[in-house]
Design a protein around this ligand. Sequence first.
Ligand SMILES: Nc1ncnc2c1ncn2[C@@H]1O[C@H](COP(=O)(O)OP(=O)(O)O)[C@@H](O)[C@H]1O
Ligand SMILES: [Mg+2]
Length: 417
Amino acid sequence: MVRLAEILERTESLIERLHNTKRNNRIILNPDYLDDEKLPEEERTSVLREIFNRNIREKQLTRLAQHLTPILDGCHPPSLMIFGPTGSGKTATLLHFLSIFQKVSAKRGKLLRYAYIDLSSPKTYFSALNELARSMDDSLRRYRKGIPVSLMQDRIVNCLLDFKGFFCLLIDEADNIKPNADEFLTFLGKTLPRKVNCRIVLIMLTNRLDWEKTMDPRILSFLKKSDLIFEPYDAADLLEILKLRVEKALDTDKVDQGALNKIAAYASHETGDARRAVELLVKAVKVAEETSGRLTEIEVDKASMTLEIDKTEELIKTLASQQRLTLISCYKALGSNPKKKLSTGQVYQSYASLCESDGVRPLTQRRLSDMISFLDLYGLINARVISHGRYGKTREISGALPFELINRLLELKEHPS
Ligand SMILES: Nc1ncnc2c1ncn2[C@@H]1O[C@H](COP(=O)(O)OP(=O)(O)O)[C@@H](O)[C@H]1O
Ligand SMILES: [Mg+2]
């Protein structure tokens, strides 16, 4: 009996202890401010109101205001096409701007509505129309297929029929309609304006700087659009973005300034993507909560390493079968020796024997060489071209990833050579 009581008490104290450590280590006070992108649009807009750092996008906000303020005097501005790399704040800036602009217009007695459609996962023409109808009237259904496109168009017309003001339509990643975006834009830019009484302003966002080049010139001509560029953030911008977020979301007493500097530096070295910076911040804070209870540069380094591994894992999972076989052949031939270097011929030998044991028909050495270039491009191996002057060029292939990682991801042991 005594023993049982003792066991119970020990478990109780274990629970208490863990709970206390967790509480002491807690850094995240308000998780919504960390992943605004996962929130529904309305909540996202209200969270953004507090964490959006407008100072950094002052130039773009000014241009937006210059472009759209004629609406306040009843004039109809042309469409707007907004270019910028991913994570440069296009979506955040536009959502922030339009929600405020709507308020200002209402104060002035001008009728302004806006709708937001997100095409960040590719859509067909039909499902883009469906999204649009739903963004204007959320009681509408989401159809897979089975009803004609014209019916979908009629629904959109119906949603706008009684509206006589200005209608801003924000289309996020507007180039992402497959097989082609032209039909959608023709409908929005040409057909729809003729069927409704409101005045439509299209605002299209895209990550592709060359999108315009692939567009039908006729579409460009009736869109009569203006352009706006979002350049990538630099380290100082990212630091400002992070600071504001940290104040809202985290227990600031447990966050070192050095850690934030480091995150900003990492993200700006890569592509200046604010999304990556926020992602790294979240990961680092989670690492800190599980270990030291304080966010320092050490936690940032650890988090950056795990993110890197996650990315590699993702990439390897999506390789096509021949690419995967090539990757396995390289690492099998390299073995666990980090300094070893191989020629294309050596990789080909390893590849050929792997194909034989897997019962796969091997590609030619020339095609294998293309596969190697591909893997090099994605940083899964290093393939340096070495010039021997007039004796031509050879390739020197070496490992780019730690052997333990590659061993785990590719299960190398399953393929005896
Ligand atoms: N100026 C900013 N202030 C605060 N957060 C920002 C800012 N710019 C971008 N972000 C954050 O970075 C992430 C990506 O931004 P987003 O606007 O979606 O980029 P894009 O649409 O250009 O790919 C979001 O979580 C967003 O909240
Ligand atoms: Mg976006």
